[in-house]
Design a protein around this ligand. Structure first.
Ligand SMILES: Cc1cc2nc3c(=O)[nH]c(=O)nc-3n(C[C@H](O)[C@H](O)[C@H](O)COP(=O)(O)OP(=O)(O)OC[C@H]3O[C@@H](n4cnc5c(N)ncnc54)[C@H](O)[C@@H]3O)c2cc1C
Length: 422
């Protein structure tokens, strides 16, 4: 009774009891997950599985189905259709008993432990997990938000209808035209993603519009991931058809002329301009005041992914301030989710939280229609430093691009989609 009064005095509505899964209200503990992407779907499923379905999970997501960013570059190159990377949420509901609510969370009240949805309804929680991915910092590139809203200059960095719209722009481009991808300064979602995109679009041009050109205009001083392997493929497979230019930080676009302006370098005009804006944590995390790393990303306690600002609010996936060597990737969001789910279930059932969690990552990139390169790593929690560190020698990159790795990539995608949603 004393413990109960103490917790209520601290404004905590529900805690675990040693006797099993129960909140103080006597009801089953409620975990609420915002966002059913890579992190959110995984954490919802794993809380249900690890708790033996004794913790209730509600998952809020505005989209009807999950559309995977990994493999979406192949939709742009015409090797896959959007349907191939679209998956329903049915199994989360039917097999795992997740309650799925179609909607968008507009506000979080971390004191009352409630969220408000766009339709005005509210949902209460004992533990909240925010997995809203990234949102764009439109102010970083003048004119881009309006050009994007008009459908003229797209980013295609959230897979879905915009991926198809960008594909149409590429199809409509004349042979002999130029496609330019503009990359923001790191950190951004998926370090190798832009280079993969440039590569597979060059492969498409080679097949179908051989007089066309791919320009990579990168704000960074060099290719941010798998640089030597990408550059070798570009030189050997595409030659002058693909050009890489570093230190090109975009500051403005002119949609009327399809021109991008840079901080230092000369303006560039392209037939298809694909500008990736600088990115930050998803809006809902920022609005809730959780983005306490440069007002951009959310610091978390890496043992359980709890926000360092708001108790009982956890943040996973692209929205967090990363540890050293930790990419913003789908595989990593899936890994965060499992550590977070295990910690939540332990906490809610009176078990000790694992003091030594591990994370894994692999990012595979197509460099043409048939060849893939990878980077992999294993990360361990180091208690003395309260962060994750890459284990030396645990991963690495491909020796060479290979068609076998393309087969592995398809297997990786099928397996991880099933791990999240199946
Ligand atoms: C072109 C491209 C290629 C990529 N390739 C790879 C790859 O090969 N391997 C890899 O591991 N990663 C890859 N990635 C990166 C990967 O897609 C992201 O790292 C991953 O999506 C991050 O997962 P997340 O859960 O943080 O966010 P997301 O998967 O984006 O999920 C966020 C979800 O939250 C929902 N949401 C947002 N706000 C709200 C709200 N207020 N209320 C309710 N729901 C909300 C969104 O609708 C969305 O469904 C790639 C990315 C791109 C763009």
């Amino acid at each position: 009774m004393q413990r109960r009064q103490l917790m209520q005095g601290l404004g905590l509505a529900a805690v675990a009891t040693m006797s099993g899964c129960a909140s103080l209200s006597g009801a089953r503990p409620q975990v609420l997950v915002v966002g059913a992407g890579w992190g959110g779907s995984t954490v919802a499923k794993y809380v249900r599985m690890l708790s033996d379905q004794r913790v209730d999970v509600t998952l809020v997501e505005p989209n009807e189905a999950f559309v995977s960013c990994p493999i979406s570059n192949l939709v742009l190159s015409g090797r896959r259709q959007l349907a191939d990377i679209t998956h329903r949420y049915d199994q989360l509901v039917q097999r795992h008993g997740v309650r799925l609510v179609r909607g968008r969370v507009e506000a979080v009240d971390p004191v009352q432990r409630r969220v408000r949805l766009a339709d005005g309804s509210t949902l209460a929680y004992d533990r909240l997990v925010l997995a809203p991915g990234v949102d764009m910092m439109w102010d970083g590139v003048q004119g881009l938000q309006a050009a994007h809203a008009q459908g003229r200059i797209l980013h295609g960095w959230k897979a879905g209808p915009e991926t198809v719209a960008l594909r149409r722009q590429l199809q409509a481009m004349r042979d002999g035209g130029t496609y330019a991808i503009v990359i923001p300064e790191a950190p951004y979602r998926c370090p190798p993603g832009p280079y993969e995109r440039a590569s597979v679009i060059a492969a498409y041009f080679k097949r179908e519009k051989p007089r066309s050109k791919v320009l990579i205009l990168d704000a960074n001083p060099d290719v941010t991931s798998k640089g030597p392997l990408f550059k070798k493929a570009w030189a050997e497979v595409y030659g002058p058809m693909l050009e890489y230019r570093s230190q090109h930080k975009a500051v403005a676009v002119d949609a009327a002329t399809n021109t991008v302006k840079f901080e230092i370098q000369d303006d560039v005009r392209a037939d298809v301009l694909n500008v990736l804006p600088p990115m930050r944590a998803g809006d809902i995390a920022v609005k809730t005041g959780l983005a306490n790393a440069n007002a951009r990303w959310c610091h978390v306690n890496f043992l359980n992914f709890e926000s360092t600002v708001a108790p009982h609010v956890h943040v996973i996936g692209d929205s967090i301030q990363i540890a050293q060597g930790m990419p913003k990737s789908g595989h990593m969001a899936n890994s965060h989710a499992k550590v977070c789910a295990a910690a939540l279930v332990a906490d809610l059932t009176g078990l000790p939280v694992n003091p030594h969690p591990m994370l894994t990552n692999v990012c595979m990139s197509f460099v043409d229609d048939e060849h893939v390169i990878h980077v992999a790593s294993v990360h361990e929690y180091v208690p003395t430093q309260k962060t994750f560190r890459t284990i030396g020698g645990s991963g690495g990159v491909s020796d060479v691009r290979s068609d076998l790795e393309a087969v592995y990539t398809q297997g990786w995608a099928r397996n991880i989609w099933s791990d999240m949603l199946g």
